[in-house]
Design a protein around this ligand. Structure first.
Ligand code: ZN
Length: 237
């Protein structure tokens, strides 16, 4: 279900346009697993970014950080209309429980649930389990250059649930990850957004092939079910 095109999800993407991101012959949603640093960025700065408010000085003067936040908001704007499916993996929930401040924990868990809510709209399957609620998936590859521990496990979980991209701002993870097995890109918000733009992706069109057997060839609904917006947008407090 996670990879099936649905009207509720909106217009998806095709491998022919996004060859570096999607597996051969694929036409469907772009599944993006979020590292916890990206989830926290969404919570802290998502609302300000979506309403064009200035970032705090401490963030704005960090050029790389500001570029990633700009990439993240562009990605969110695409997500509003296109079938990008944000997922977090089972460990995000167990790791969140290590947060000691109760109010932080509550917000973190609420965000994980909110992502699952949007995902249910996108898959149009209310009985389906979001990856964050599912048992640990069976590995679909190996990773050899990250230290044994949380980072490696999060990357491998994302690959196992079938994410096409693991979205992180962690420089070490971006630089070092050496993954074999099922294709998955480890990328930053700014890089993923520029890859989509380079593939011709626009809010209402682009990034699809329209070839024989392409589900998006005669896609009759221009926009997704707006119900999908509620979950993810509620993360941006
Ligand atoms: Zn296609």
């Amino acid at each position: 279900m996670l990879h099936d095109p649905t009207y509720g999800g909106g217009l998806g993407f095709c491998q022919e346009a996004l060859s570096g991101l999607l597996p051969p012959g694929y036409h469907g949603p772009l599944v993006v697993a979020l590292d916890s640093n990206v989830l926290i960025d969404l919570q802290l700065y998502g609302a300000a970014l979506m309403s064009d408010e200035p970032l705090p000085d401490s963030v704005a003067k960090d050029k790389a950080y500001a570029a990633d936040l700009a990439g993240l908001v562009d990605l969110l704007n695409l997500w509003l209309l296109r079938d990008i499916r944000f997922v977090v993996t089972p460990r995000s929930r167990t790791d969140a429980k290590r947060v000691t401040k109760p109010e932080v924990l509550e917000r973190r868990l609420a965000s994980i649930d909110a992502l699952a809510l949007s995902l249910a709209f996108q898959t149009e399957d209310w009985s389906g389990q979001a990856p964050s609620d599912a048992p640990l998936p069976v590995a679909a590859g190996t990773e050899t250059r990250l230290p044994v521990g949380a980072d490696r496990e999060l990357v491998l979980e994302a690959q196992a649930v079938g994410a096409h991209a693991f979205l992180t701002r962690d420089r070490q993870v971006l630089k070092r990850t050496a993954l074999s097995g099922r294709q998955m890109t480890v990328t930053s918000p700014s890089r993923l957004t520029s890859d989509l733009v380079r593939g011709g992706v626009q809010p209402f069109f682009g990034g699809t092939c329209g070839g024989d057997g392409c589900p998006y060839g005669d896609w009759s609904l221009p926009a997704p079910d707006m119900g999908k917006w509620a979950g993810v947008l509620s993360v941006l407090e």
